[in-house]
Design a binder for this molecule. Structure first.
Ligand code: SIN
Length: 251
C-alpha cells in the first residue's frame, strides 16, 4: 500500500486518477455516488451502531469473482477522532518467508473464495439498511438468495500462490474472510492449512497500520496484500470514497 496526505480532490479527480491504472472493476457491494458511478461511498454515520463494519476481517477485495480487482483506492473525507484505522499485511513477503517444503506443498493448490461467510455474518449481525453489508443482510429470510449474491457465494477457485502479472512476484492468495476451502482437500484438511496461512500472512512483522486523516489518499495492490477495517469508532462519522481497478484471473 502507498498513501499520500493532504490531497485536495473531488470525486471527478479520484475517478480520473484511478482510471490511469486501468478500467474500473466490478464492485461487489456498493454503488457509486450520483454522477460518479465508480466512486463508491464508504460512510458510517455517528448514529449507526453496526454489528459488523464493512471490511472487517482480513481480506483481499472480492476474490470470489473470476477476475478480482487488482487495485483499490480509498480517499478519506471525514475521520473519527480515534479508531477507524485500516491495517494491511504483505502476502508476498509472507510467501517469501515460507520454507521450500511448504512452498512445494502449496504450489499446485487452488483456494475456494466465496462470499458465503460475509452473507452469514451480515444476516446474523447487521440490520437490513442501505449500507454495503445492510444490503447483503436484507437477504435474510429469503427462500433463495438473489442470483447475483448466489453467484458470489458459489465463488471462484484461484491459485493459492499467485504470481503478480507485472513484477512476477509470488504471493499467498488467502484470507480470513473469503478463503473457505481448498480444491481436492476435505474441510478437515483445508481448515488448518488456511488457518496457518492467515496467521502467517497477518503476523505483525508483515503489517502496517494507517491512521487516517481527512484528505489522505491510499492505493493498494490486492494481488500482494490483505487488509482489514476496524469497528471501533461508534458515535463518530467516518466518510471515505473507494475506487477499484479491474484485475485479471489470478495465475
Ligand atoms: C475496505 O475493506 O475496502 C474498507 C477499508 C476501510 O474502510 O478501512
Amino acid at each position: 500500500m502507498i498513501y499520500f496526505r493532504d490531497q485536495e480532490i473531488t470525486h471527478a479527480d479520484q475517478e480520473a486518477f484511478s482510471a490511469r491504472f486501468g478500467p474500473f472493476a466490478e464492485d461487489a457491494y456498493t454503488q457509486g455516488v450520483p454522477g460518479h458511478l465508480h466512486v463508491q461511498p464508504l460512510i458510517k454515520e455517528a448514529s449507526q451502531t453496526l454489528g459488523v463494519v464493512f471490511g472487517a476481517g482480513w481480506h483481499t477485495d472480492s476474490p470470489f469473482l473470476a477476475e478480482p480487482p487488482a487495485i483499490s483506492m480509498l480517499y478519506g473525507v471525514e475521520i473519527p477522532p480515534y479508531g477507524g484505522d485500516t491495517i494491511w499485511a504483505n502476502s508476498a513477503l509472507a510467501y517469501a518467508t515460507l520454507s521450500d517444503a511448504m512452498k512445494a506443498i502449496l504450489a499446485p493448490l487452488k483456494v475456494h473464495m466465496s462470499m458465503g461467510r460475509v452473507v452469514e455474518t451480515a444476516q446474523a449481525h447487521q440490520a437490513p439498511d442501505d449500507t454495503p453489508l445492510g444490503r447483503v443482510a436484507s437477504t435474510k429470510g429469503l427462500a433463495k438468495l438473489p442470483d447475483e449474491i448466489a453467484r458470489k457465494v458459489a465463488g471462484s477457485f484461484h491459485p493459492l500462490v499467485r504470481t503478480h502479472p507485472v513484477t512476477g512476484e509470488k504471493a499467498l492468495y488467502c484470507d480470513q474472510t473469503y478463503a473457505c476451502g481448498i480444491e481436492g482437500l476435505t474441510p478437515a484438511e483445508a481448515e488448518p492449512l488456511l488457518g496457518f496461512l492467515v496467521s502467517h500472512i497477518t503476523q505483525s512483522a508483515f503489517t502496517c497500520r494507517l491512521r487516517w486523516a481527512p484528505k489522505t489518499y491510499v492505493a493498494w495492490d490486492n494481488r500482494i496484500c490483505v487488509h482489514q477495517a476496524f469497528n471501533d469508532y461508534d458515535g463518530f462519522r467516518r466518510e471515505l470514497y473507494r475506487t477499484t481497478i479491474a484485475g485479471e484471473a489470478p495465475a
